[in-house]
Design a protein around this ligand. Structure first.
Ligand code: NCD
Ligand code: ZN
Length: 476
C-alpha cells in the first residue's frame, strides 16, 4: 500500500542553497525522487535521501529552456550533432532545447521527423522538435503533430538552409491548420522580398564589406514580417512566437498585438543585447547573423523591452558553423549565425552581476516564460513540488572567461570569445539526473534527454498526490 503512494525516500537532496523563481529567492532545500521535485523547504521537512549535495552559497535555478537552437543533423553534422549540441546545453545550464527544422532534409514531413527523433537519441537534455511550415508541406502538418513536433517554424525570410519562404496565402492556411491544436508557430520574421532586392542593389554597387549585411536588412524587414504574422494570428487564433527580435521597432508591433489579445510571444538573444554596429568593425564577418546585430539605439530598446515584459524570453539561436565558413573576405559568402547555447547563462548572469537585470527576471526570461509559452509549465520552468527536477545550480560569484577551446560544440567560433564576467552554472540536472557536475560533462548521461512530447504523455503524479506522499514521508 505504502509503495503505491510514491517514493519513501528521495534520491537526492540539494542542501543549503537559495531557490530562485520568477518572483522570489528563498533559502530552501530541494528533494528529488524519480526525476521529480518532491519537496522544497526547510531542512527538517526533507525526506530521508539516498544522496545529498551541499550547495550552500549557490543558487538553484530552473534549468534554462532555449526555444531556438540549430543542431544541424541530419545534413550538416560536421557543424553540430545531437551529442555535441546537447553536451553544450548541459554545460550551459540548459535543460530543454527546441530544435529547428532547417536541416537537410528539413523537418517537413512525418518521415523526416521520425528520422530526426532517432538522431536525437544521444541527447543529454530534453528537447522539443520544430516542424516546418512551408509553402508545399501543408498536407504534412497533421502528421507532424501526431508524430510529436512540439511547435512549428516558419521562415518568412531567407537564412541558412535556403528554405523558400511561404506565400502569405500558404502561411494563412498553415495557421488555420495548426491553430486548433494549440501548438505555437515560431517565426523567422524577416520579409524575403525586401532583403533580396536590397542585397542585389548593394552587390551591384560593389558592397561586400561586413556593414553591407546590416544595410541589406534594415529594421523594416522585421517590422513588416512581424506585423503580417500578427495579423494572420489574430485572424486565425493561432499562437505565434517572434524569434530573434533584433530591433526596437518590432516592439511596438508586439505590444499592440498583445493589447489586441493576440497570443504572441517574443524572444531576443544575447548577441542583440551585448553587441551593436561597432561589432562589424571589431569582428568582421564573424558577427554576420540573421537578423543582423543593429545600431546602439536598438540595443537600448531591447533592454527596455526585456524589463517591461514586451520581450518574453531569451533564446540563443545557437547556429554553429565552421571557422572557415564564418571568417571570409566577402560578407555575402559568410554563413550566418554562431554558437550560443553554452554561453547564454554565463553571459546573462554576468549582466545580473552588473545590475542590469534581476535574478528573478533572468529566471522568468530563461525558464518560466518559455515553459509557459510552449506548454511545458508547470512541469518545467519552476522549482516546485511536482515539477521535473530540471535544475541549474549556479555560483553567482564564480568568474568565467569564454574560450572557444572550452566549448563543446563542433563549430565553435563565437563573437563572445574572450569575454569575462561573473556567474557560472556548476551543476545541471535533467529530470533529477546530473548531466553536468562540478563543471564536468557527465558522459554516462548521454541519451538521458527525451522529447518533451513523450514526457508529457508519460503518467505522472499530480502535485496533490505528491503532497500526500510527502506528508507520509515526513511522518515516517
Ligand atoms: C540560423 C542558422 O544558421 O541556422 N542562422 C542565423 O543567422 N540566425 C538560421 C536562423 O535562425 O535564421
Ligand atoms: Zn531565424
Amino acid at each position: 500500500m505504502m509503495a503505491q503512494q510514491g517514493p519513501a525516500r528521495a534520491d537526492l537532496v540539494l542542501k543549503g542553497g537559495k531557490v530562485v523563481s520568477d518572483r522570489t529567492i528563498r533559502e530552501a532545500d530541494v528533494a528529488i525522487a524519480n526525476g521529480l521535485i518532491v519537496a522544497v523547504g526547510t531542512p527538517e521537512s526533507m525526506p530521508a535521501a539516498v544522496g545529498t549535495l551541499d550547495v550552500s552559497g549557490k543558487h538553484i535555478l530552473p534549468g534554462a529552456i532555449d526555444a531556438h537552437v540549430h543542431f544541424r543533423t541530419p545534413g550538416y553534422s560536421y557543424k553540430e550533432d545531437w551529442e555535441s549540441g546537447t553536451a553544450a546545453a548541459a554545460m550551459g545550464g540548459v535543460t530543454t532545447v527546441f530544435e529547428m527544422p532547417n536541416t537537410h532534409p528539413p523537418t517537413a514531413t512525418a518521415e523526416a521527423l521520425r528520422q530526426k527523433l532517432e538522431l536525437a537519441s544521444p541527447a543529454y537534455v530534453d528537447y522539443g522538435l520544430y516542424g516546418l511550415l512551408a509553402e508545399d508541406n501543408l498536407e504534412h502538418i497533421e502528421d507532424l503533430i501526431t508524430g510529436g513536433v512540439a511547435a512549428f517554424k516558419c521562415f518568412m525570410g531567407n537564412t541558412f538552409g535556403n528554405l523558400p519562404s511561404p506565400s502569405t496565402g500558404a502561411m494563412l492556411e498553415g495557421f488555420e491548420l495548426i491553430a486548433p491544436h494549440g501548438l505555437r508557430i515560431s517565426l523567422h520574421a524577416e520579409t524575403a522580398s525586401i532583403m533580396a532586392r536590397r542585397q542585389k542593389r548593394l552587390e551591384a554597387a560593389g558592397r561586400c564589406d561586413p556593414l553591407a549585411h546590416l544595410a541589406s536588412r534594415p529594421a523594416i524587414v522585421a517590422v513588416e514580417a512581424v506585423s503580417r504574422a500578427a495579423i494572420l494570428a489574430e485572424w486565425t487564433g493561432a499562437r505565434i512566437h517572434v524569434l530573434h527580435i533584433s530591433s526596437a521597432d518590432e516592439l511596438r508591433v508586439l505590444r499592440e498585438a498583445k493589447a489586441r489579445g493576440v497570443d504572441i510571444t517574443g524572444e531576443t538573444c544575447p548577441h542583440y543585447l551585448l553587441f551593436d554596429e561597432q561589432a562589424y568593425r571589431d569582428l568582421g564577418s564573424l558577427i554576420r547573423v540573421n537578423p543582423p546585430v543593429r545600431e546602439k539605439f536598438h540595443q537600448i530598446g531591447l533592454w527596455q523591452g526585456l524589463k517591461d515584459g514586451t520581450i518574453d524570453m531569451i533564446a540563443t539561436d545557437h547556429a554553429p558553423h565552421s571557422t572557415e565558413e564564418k571568417i571570409v573576405e566577402n560578407i555575402w559568402k559568410a554563413d550566418c549565425g554562431f554558437v550560443g547555447v553554452e554561453t547564454q547563462m554565463m553571459l546573462m548572469l554576468s549582466q545580473v552581476a552588473l545590475g542590469r537585470l534581476s535574478l528573478c527576471d533572468y529566471v522568468r526570461l530563461s525558464a518560466t516564460a518559455p515553459a509557459r509559452a510552449f506548454g511545458l509549465y508547470p512541469s518545467k520552468g519552476i522549482i516546485e513540488v511536482g515539477a521535473d527536477a530540471d535544475i541549474a545550480v549556479v555560483d553567482l560569484d564564480r568568474p568565467f572567461e569564454i574560450r572557444e577551446a572550452d566549448l563543446h560544440s563542433k563549430g565553435r567560433v563565437t563573437p563572445f570569445e574572450g569575454m569575462t564576467g561573473r556567474g557560472t552554472p556548476v551543476h545541471t540536472l535533467v529530470r533529477g539526473r546530473f548531466v553536468m557536475r562540478d563543471r564536468e560533462l557527465v558522459r554516462e548521461a548521454k541519451g538521458h534527454g527525451m522529447s518533451v512530447r513523450r514526457i508529457q504523455r508519460m503518467p505522472r503524479p499530480q502535485p496533490a498526490n505528491l503532497a500526500q506522499t510527502m506528508k507520509h514521508i515526513v511522518s515516517v
